[in-house]
Design a protein around this ligand. Structure first.
Ligand code: FAD
Length: 322
């Protein structure tokens, strides 16, 4: 991933897409068809999520392998380490390597919802431990990403939540010093908070040049938007909330339409306020297709990515005609 980013022109934008493995075979088949269509938009890479404690390990690796091998997409497999036996991690890394997957998003994870086991039981306590382990076992084979939290990581029970990006900063430095190559952020809606976060990160000598990819969630429905913001502890600026008055909140089509414009504004503002230090946007797709297509086509920055991909496809077709 970092090699691909380095090969882009100075102001050339990119975007990436996150998917999760569906539970059923028919869900998986639908997603493959969707992935085929979404790859035509030109994502630089895709990522595949990992269920807490390795609960989706087989489905995650299968989906990641299909993305990499069958669809030819540069793929990044998420991997969490807390409450996960080392053997599961070793197996996932070996399978990824055998199938040509070269990118891992190294995460701590959270305890599975039905698990009474607390963090830290097992060989790894924090994401930095996993980054170190991957480097020890696999040298430079993998390009490693880690998570960042523009509004601070929320840990512990709801009453004792203490979100403060400054508190996480030394541990983010530790993850990068342990060998991580890039940061993908938790989703956010408040661009100002991201801009401050990016500044704070750049103030650390170890992080001055690190690739930061802001994570964004398309707004596909009012309730899901509210729920996602609560789950990820992402604040919603009042001005943005006002875009969704009560009378339209149950009208999914209108919410989606407004949501596209809201996201386009966020994206264009990120590019404008970070002076080409931020090159790409990561989308939490929730496996949904339509909003992403509208957003990337409407953003004046990301539309360039789609146009470039269309040209490549045209070139391919005309050379196969020749
Ligand atoms: P860490 O970086 O280890 O940090 C966790 C907490 O511990 C932070 O509060 C940090 O400040 C603190 N900390 C770190 N090191 C130390 C230390 N040495 N001493 C004391 N405190 C320390 N979860 C999944 O289950 N599957 C996924 O696929 C998944 N994908 C994600 C993708 C992205 C882009 C993001 C942002 C999150 C994702 N998550 C996923 C959620 C993630 O697993 C949780 O947010 C988890 O609670 C923290 O993981 P982390 O890797 O950020 O942890």
């Amino acid at each position: 991933i970092t090699d691909k980013i380095a090969s882009l022109e100075k102001d050339e934008p990119f975007f990436s897409l996150e998917f999760f493995p569906p539970k059923t075979d028919s869900g998986m088949r639908n997603l493959y068809a969707r992935l085929g269509r979404m790859s035509l938009l030109g994502p630089l890479f895709v990522t595949v999520t990992w269920g807490a404690g390795g609960t989706t390990s087989e489905k995650t690796t299968d989906l990641a392998v299909t993305c990499q091998q069958d669809l030819g997409l540069t793929t990044c497999m998420h991997l969490t380490c807390t409450n996960t036996p080392k053997s599961v991690i070793d197996e996932a890394l070996a399978k990824a390597k055998n199938c040509g997957i070269k990118n891992i998003l190294a995460l701590r994870g959270d305890p599975a919802r039905d698990s009474s086991v607390s963090h830290g039981i097992g060989e790894f306590e924090y994401a930095a431990d996993l980054v170190r382990y991957i480097r020890e076992e696999h040298g430079d084979y993998f390009c490693i990403g880690v998570a960042g939290y523009p509004e601070g990581h929320a840990d512990g029970s709801f009453e004792e939540l203490q979100q403060d990006p400054k508190k996480d900063l030394p541990y983010l430095v530790e993850k990068i010093s342990a060998g991580a190559d890039f940061i993908i952020t938790q989703l956010f809606f408040d661009v100002e908070k991201f801009v401050q976060y990016e500044k704070m990160i750049r103030s650390q000598p170890e992080l001055e040049k690190i690739t930061i990819i802001p994570g964004l969630l398309p707004i596909n429905g009012y309730n899901i938007f509210q729920r996602a913001s609560k789950l990820s502890h992402a604040s919603i600026p009042k001005k943005m909330l006002d875009e969704f008055p009560v009378e339209i909140q149950n009208d999914d089509d209108t919410v989606k339409e407004i949501g596209v414009d809201v996201l386009v504004k966020i994206i264009d503002e990120i590019y404008e306020k970070t002076d080409s230090r931020v090159k790409g946007i990561h989308f939490y797709t929730l496996n949904l297709e339509k909003s992403i297509a509208h957003i990337v086509n409407k953003s004046k920055y990301l539309a360039k990515v789609v146009a470039k991909k269309e040209l490549e496809l045209e070139d391919d077709t005309s050379s196969s005609d020749d």
